[in-house]
Write a protein that binds this ligand. Sequence first.
Ligand SMILES: [Mg+2]
Length: 435
Amino acid sequence: MSFIPCDTSMIALVDCNDFYASCERVFDPRLIGRPVGVLSNNDGCIIARSAELKAMNIEMGTPLFQIQALERKGCIALRSSNYALYGDLSARVMQILDEFSPGVERYSIDEAFLDLAGMQSPEEICRQIVHKVPVYTGIPVSVGAAPSKTLAKVASHLAKKQAGRKGICVFHSANDPELINWLNTLAIEHIWGIGKRLGRKLRQHGIETALQLREADHNWLKRHFSVPVKRTAMELNGTNCLTLDDTPDPRQNIMCSRSFQKATNSLTDLKEAIRFHAQTACQKLRKQNGLAQAILVSVRTNSHRFEPQHKEARAWALPVASDDSALIIRYAQEQLEQIWQPGFRYRKAGVMLLDIIPWRPMQLGLFEHQQKEKKDQEHKRRNLMHTLDKLNDRIGRDAIGFGLSREQADWKMKMAYRSPRYTTCWNEIPVVKAN
Ligand SMILES: [Mg+2]
């Protein structure tokens, strides 16, 4: 058994409860206590549910026509998705979280990690968060805190599910008996970042619970599985070793963002960064055969500096669910133009794809001739995207894409000491000289 004691770090995960339904309730209090469902683009199917709707066993993805009768009878309330509202309320929640910790990392539209290391009483901070966020925004939240992100995720689950906890669950140590008991019952597939496929493989080696994974030999895990699996095991042991870039994408979201090498106010620079992130996100999206229904674009200045601060995020619905890089880049850049402001030195920009659904052919028009024309068009776009992905897989990441980005742009990562990309970049292949 390997155990690395490390109780100095303390990470909180703040999660908005039933976020979309809660946003709808803020401005329509009649919805409080009622079963509320939020519909996908064009009112296709359910993409978010209030607790009351979940209790009625109405599943995610249920098509509108199956529940329209319930709505007409007044048994349930339905709302079309309103991403502009959700994006704005999300930004307000994040703004309040900034008051509690200098290290806030947005993880999805309704979740953020807070660094609480060295703070006197994590419980007290969690209590204040659970009290203040709903008072200021109308959105109820729950908080789980523990020495690592993966354990914070476990704690957050308990905070939400166990009513007696009043939305708060704090584990000061990875050796908390209650936590160990819970890890003993937590199925391997349900651990953050493991999932079904890896879970099946781990089960073949007799690792069936979170506790068994944490107690497995970490080097063996690295050899037989991968570094991320080893890291997950270390995280379960209380070692905080995941940066936000390593964290698994939130369910139904894909997030791409990064801090810039140098802060910049140039809209051109930011547009370039957004274009880059949107492309990476779309590549991931197509790999998992999904379609995004909305996007969230965010920018922020460096909060550790004494200079004018600006932080904003905006969510927007796509006209149809899509995996098309060109379309998503265009929308993302339009959103960026709305939130960018002169006079601020931005340090980070990101794109998040929201409410991902499995790929399916879209209904493209009412009439046959319209459908055929649009189908041909869509077919061509899909081919183009797949060709791009294939070329990038073969030649190297970002070999082909939309728009050129300058090698020395301010928004790019600092990599002054990077060795040449010998095997993936044509320009950096080693050169052999014979005299
Ligand atoms: Mg949530």
